[in-house]
Design a protein around this ligand. Structure first.
Ligand code: TXA
Ligand code: ATP
Ligand code: FE2
Length: 526
């Protein structure tokens, strides 16, 4: 079978024909890139580029193919509305002219599937680091579940906004990478909430630092260290939560050598496998659309022209994954022995006590690493005890050594919640979170792995990402993080989530639930 793929969500007018009998690595891709004269991508101009360039790249791709095509696959979203509409129209016309089926591909799922296919991994955690998006995903129960994502802009767009501020042309990512080679580390914000993260604080701090005269190469270097450190950390959290030992990378920012180096090093350090496709498959390209399009055709997943409207907010978790079996799953935790490897720490489990060590992470800049380990150890000791005073079951803290990053706790529970999920326990967790929010702090990482279970009793552990706050947004993020961890680890995630929110509603502040709705409804494609 031969499938024509067409890509045109933002900057790349691209076409490729994938022949399922040929090696997917060798696929011929024709791309014509839009380059703005000044500033960032102008949606109208980009759409004009698409209407000029798409027919040409399609013609070139069809000429390079060995014979007629059996289907036309196109990016239905997410992306810029004017571009999507232009390319959608071209794809529909072509499918009708050639009299072949039409396939509507989710661009973000294509970014991760190309890595999964080339890697030949079974069911990896997928990190999508692209211009308008940043997600950590894992397949479970027929969908790619979003385990974590940016709470504001995509990672590439965040970097590109900084480079516009300093007057560099679009795209900024490669220029930051080049400038960073001569830079030294300066402190910038670092924001991770469970497996979610945010770039707005770090980006305004980077602009301020530049305006205050910090050498631009130092700002670039430090931006990369923090932003990619955050992405690597959340990828590791996803590996730890799901028990997976495979990671694949996707998206245009994945072309950055420092990001790839950090991810590889993190995976090496925890004994996981890492795969990043070639740059031509990382940036926007029609090869990935054609390859996923072929999988979808094989699964009978084609669409009628009348139902092929584009969707600029098309989320990856909206896609029914027809081409993979329902039985497959990213989650595959095993029995752990007396030494547990978490995302941040190794935990030695004794009969009565556990010793948690935040060992240095070699992928992280040593200064950032020391700062995070120290601060999190202090906070974890303080908030674990503070939660107990609020009546929330937590382990007793026996000893804390912030310089070494070591904590000694009472051993609690028989298992992690992810292995014993029930509605009763999930409601209990909601009440614990309401209690600590009422006392003016957040847990920061309430996942099904950071709750220990003993009969019906549930204990909160791992307060290292907690902090004092009276902002409803922060409380809402605790609920959001727990909901996402259910999606990644539970079979009946929806029902459990409802039970969780209903229990929070009974005892917690209504404003927090209102804010949760707002957080979850927020458009993320800025
Ligand atoms: C929806 C779709 O239109 C969008 N596409 C997109 O963002 O293009 P993509 O090719 O995946 O990524 C482009 C981004 O990738 C960044 N980039 C390219 N090379 C880079 C490098 N060496 N280091 C860092 N960033 C880089 C660019 O600065 C730009 O922000 C997306 O996937 O989010
Ligand atoms: N006090 C405790 N009693 C019993 N088991 C514990 C205790 N603390 C930690 N564990 C076990 O060790 C695992 C990892 O601990 P913890 O979550 O504190 O480490 P981490 O590296 O921060 O992990 P992650 O960031 O992946 O959640 C827990 O999921 C739990 O199984
Ligand atoms: Fe993309």
């Amino acid at each position: 079978m031969r499938v024509l793929g067409i890509e045109g969500t933002a900057w790349a007018a691209s076409a490729a024909v994938y022949d399922t009998n040929a090696d997917p690595d060798s696929i011929f891709i024709e791309t014509d890139a839009y380059q703005p004269d000044s500033g960032g991508i102008h949606p109208r101009e980009a759409a004009e580029h698409m209407s000029d360039a798409v027919p040409e790249v399609v013609e070139t791709a069809l000429e390079a193919a060995d014979g007629p095509v059996d289907a036309v696959a196109f990016s239905r979203g997410p992306g810029l509305g004017p571009c999507l509409r232009t390319v959608g129209t071209a794809a529909r016309a072509l499918a009708q002219t050639l009299d072949v089926p039409l396939v509507g591909v989710n661009h973000m799922v294509a970014h991760l599937e190309i890595g999964r296919q080339h890697s030949e991994f079974d069911s990896p955690v997928c990190l999508n680091a692209s211009g308008a998006n940043a997600h950590v995903l894992g397949y479970r129960n027929g969908r790619y579940r979003v385990l974590g994502e940016t709470m504001d802009t995509g990672v590439g767009n965040a970097i590109d906004k900084f480079t516009r501020h300093v007057g560099w042309s679009h795209p900024g990512g490669p220029k930051v990478e080049e400038a960073a080679k001569d830079g030294e580390y300066v402190e910038l914000p670092y924001v991770v909430k469970g497996m979610d993260f945010s770039f707005s604080g770090i980006m305004s701090a980077a602009k301020d630092a530049y305006d205050a005269g910090v050498p631009v190469e130092d700002v670039c270097y430090s931006l990369q260290e923090n932003v990619f450190g955050m992405l690597t950390e959340v990828a590791e959290r996803a590996l730890s939560l799901t028990g997976s030992d495979e990671l694949v990378l996707g998206g245009g920012v994945g072309q950055n050598a420092r990001l790839r180096e950090m991810l590889r090093e993190m995976c090496d350090q925890r004994g996981a496998d890492f795969f990043a496709p070639d740059p031509r498959f990382l940036r926007d390209n029609a090869g990935m659309i054609a390859v996923l399009g072929a999988e979808m055709v094989r699964a009978g997943d084609t669409i009628a022209v009348e139902e092929s409207a584009v969707d600029s907010n098309f989320r990856p978790d909206q896609v029914p994954v027809t081409w993979r079996s329902d039985e497959e799953s990213v989650a595959r935790w095993r029995e752990e022995g007396s030494e547990v490897k978490g995302a941040e720490a190794t935990v030695e489990i004794g009969d009565e006590r556990v010793t948690k060590r935040r060992l240095p992470k070699s992928y992280r800049h040593p200064e950032l690493d020391a700062r995070l380990r120290r601060a999190r150890t202090v906070l974890e000791a303080r908030l674990t005890s503070e939660a107990r005073r609020q009546g929330v079951p937590t382990p007793v803290v026996y000893d804390a050594d912030p310089e070494e990053g070591v904590l000694v706790f009472e051993r609690v529970g028989e298992a992690d919640l992810r292995e014993r999920l029930t509605a009763v326990r999930v409601r209990d967790v909601a009440r614990h979170l309401a209690a600590i929010h009422g006392a003016g702090f957040v847990h920061g990482d309430p996942t099904t792995r950071n709750v220990r279970v003993d009969g019906e009793r549930t204990y909160l552990i791992d307060f290292g990402l907690g902090y004092n706050t009276d902002d409803a947004e922060d409380y809402a993020m605790d609920l959001h993080v727990f909901g996402q961890s259910l999606a990644g680890t539970a079979d009946d995630a929806e029902a459990l989530r409802e039970a969780f929110e209903a229990a929070y509603a009974e005892v917690g502040d209504e404003a927090t639930l209102d804010r949760l709705r707002e957080v979850e409804g927020r458009g993320r494609y800025q």
